[in-house]
Design a protein around this ligand. Structure first.
Ligand SMILES: N[C@@H](CCC(=O)N[C@@H](CS)C(=O)NCC(=O)O)C(=O)O
Length: 227
């Protein structure tokens, strides 16, 4: 489908260590899953391009991602997902069935918890250089992330995806935080077999292959021995 969509995201080379913005990746995934044409504009966070007068006019909070659709600007990740589903309903990324839709929305908003603990962990690693990194602090933040992963390990044991057999926004959201943690060295196999299967399943999707961050093939080891 042709559209006038532009997605503004951070230039991942300007993000230290995690080299990705999970919320921005989530929107890229949604646009690809919906097979929408869009232009992507990558802004340097270190150069403050996300806080230019033009960008502040689109989002006064100076945060990314921002999606524009012609003259409209939408920001806040979950608002963008909602906007996409209403404006471009096919293919659907929320189930038609009432019960499954309720579950998908619950899981999507519930993934906000994963975002909170994930970003606390990731931002410490992003903003603390080399020898200044305190392993005890990484462990403390990783412990909260692990506590949260136990919920998701349970949920992904109940079904193929977060709400039934079809991918929904909830899966896109969980996947971006999970994949970032794997990139930082989190091992999934032994402790999180359901999440490991979900991760491998998602990695095969065309939308994921197309939008994969510019990560080196060898992941970091920041989270390889946490907790
Ligand atoms: N509540 C916003 C938060 C987005 C957010 O934290 N964006 C980060 C990148 S992951 C950002 O723009 N950081 C730049 C800054 O804070 O200056 C959302 O959900 O979209």
């Amino acid at each position: 489908m042709r559209s006038a969509l532009t997605l503004y995201v951070p230039d991942s080379t300007t993000i230290r260590a995690i080299e990705c913005s999970p919320p921005s990746w989530m929107i890229q995934l949604a646009l690809e899953e919906k097979e929408l044409d869009f232009e992507i504009v990558r802004l340097s966070l270190t150069a403050g391009e996300h806080r230019s007068p033009e960008m502040l006019a689109r989002n006064p909070r100076g945060k990314l991602p921002v999606l524009t659709d012609g003259p409209l600007a939408v920001y806040e990740t979950f608002a963008i997902l909602d906007f996409l589903e209403h404006t471009y309903p096919e293919p659907a990324l929320l189930p038609a069935n009432k019960a499954l839709r309720g579950l998908a929305l619950t899981r999507l908003h519930e993934s906000g918890h994963l975002k909170t603990v994930g970003m606390e962990l990731f931002s410490y690693i992003m903003s603390t250089r080399g020898l200044d990194l305190d392993p005890a602090e990484v462990d403390r933040r990783a412990a909260a992330f692990h506590d949260e992963l136990f919920y998701w390990e349970y949920y992904y044991g109940l079904g193929k995806y977060a709400a039934g057999s079809q991918v929904t926004y909830a899966d896109l959201s969980v996947f971006t935080y999970l994949a970032t943690a794997v990139h930082l060295g989190l091992p999934l196999d032994e402790r999180y077999p359901n999440l490991a299967r979900f991760y491998e399943r998602m990695k095969k999707r065309i939308a994921v292959v197309t939008t994969w961050p510019p990560w080196k093939s060898t992941p970091y080891r920041y989270l390889s021995e946490t907790v």
